[in-house]
Design a protein around this ligand. Structure first.
Ligand SMILES: Nc1ncnc2c1ncn2[C@@H]1O[C@H](COP(=O)(O)OP(=O)(O)OP(=O)(O)O)[C@@H](O)[C@H]1O
Ligand SMILES: [Mg+2]
Length: 247
């Protein structure tokens, strides 16, 4: 589904953000990309979303090269940024969700149907006409997820989705992610705070200084996290079996 081969990326100021990333993801996988601050998580997600172009290496999505088929592939990959304010552009909730499907050039009726569906899915019906700047952090996060869902992408990338959220907000976003996974979407979630999601992912990778240092099922990697400066979940520290944030 996603095949990344020997990917390198440097920012214009010379910072080497990714050095030789190799990663293969299967269709429908729920994948966790963790690593400390500055390890390259956001850079990698932005490249997979087609927002940054690598200096070398390749990315195939559904067998197509991302950068030679950018227009078609962009519609099948959605990204939810860490900071909702940098993603929200509409004046009202409804208007913001409609931008994506409108940009796909869909007929008005279908745009309307998708917006209503996404509003309902993300429990935003009651605030559909509310100005976006008045929303709480949790509502803003739900809005950005709704905006991406209205585009119906097969792959959804979440960059630090739990940032700024309180306990119920984290659980709510986690529930939506689990639902999307159950519906067959491929999900990649980045975080340095693995505890919130690790109980639900199929596989994970640990990124450090732009390199993947370890990759595998969470049961195998969970005890290695601290050596890469990632805090292990409490259940590991307490010597218990995995515990979900939904329990
Ligand atoms: N626009 C930029 N220009 C120059 N360097 C950048 C830029 N954006 C990121 N970097 C650098 O690239 C490296 C990787 O950054 P990135 O944002 O991908 O890390 P991250 O793992 O997402 O970190 P965090 O956990 O803090 O979100 C860091 O060294 C960072 O300083
Ligand atoms: Mg980041």
């Amino acid at each position: 589904m996603i095949q990344i081969h020997n990917l390198h990326y440097s920012y214009p100021d010379g910072t080497k953000a990714l050095t030789g990333i190799n990663l293969h993801l299967s269709e429908g996988e729920f994948f966790l990309l963790c690593g400390p601050n500055g390890s390259g998580k956001t850079t990698l997600l932005r490249i997979i979303a087609g927002l940054l172009k690598p200096i070398s290496g390749s990315i195939l999505i559904h067998g197509l090269d991302l950068f030679t088929h950018l227009k078609e592939i962009r519609t099948s990959v959605g990204i939810i940024f860490q900071d909702p304010d940098s993603q929200i552009i509409g004046e009202t909730v409804r208007e913001d969700i409609s931008f994506g499907p409108e940009n796909l050039g869909l007929p008005k009726k279908e745009v309307q149907e998708r917006v209503d569906w996404a509003l309902h899915r993300m429990n935003l019906d009651e605030i559909s006409e509310k100005p976006c700047y008045l929303l709480s952090s949790g509502e803003k996060r739900r809005l950005t997820i709704a905006g991406v869902m209205a585009m119906k992408p097969r792959v959804i990338l979440f960059d630090e989705p739990f940032a700024y959220l309180d306990f119920p907000g984290i659980r709510e976003v986690l529930k939506y992610m689990i639902q999307l996974h159950q519906e067959g979407h491929t999900l990649i979630v980045t975080t340095h705070d693995v505890e919130k999601v690790i109980a639900h992912v199929d596989r994970m990778a640990i990124l450090q200084k732009g390199e993947i240092k370890a990759i595998g099922p969470p049961e195998e990697l969970v005890r290695e996290l601290s050596q890469f400066n990632v805090r292990p979940p409490c259940y590991v520290l307490l010597g218990k079996d995995k515990i979900s944030w939904l329990e």
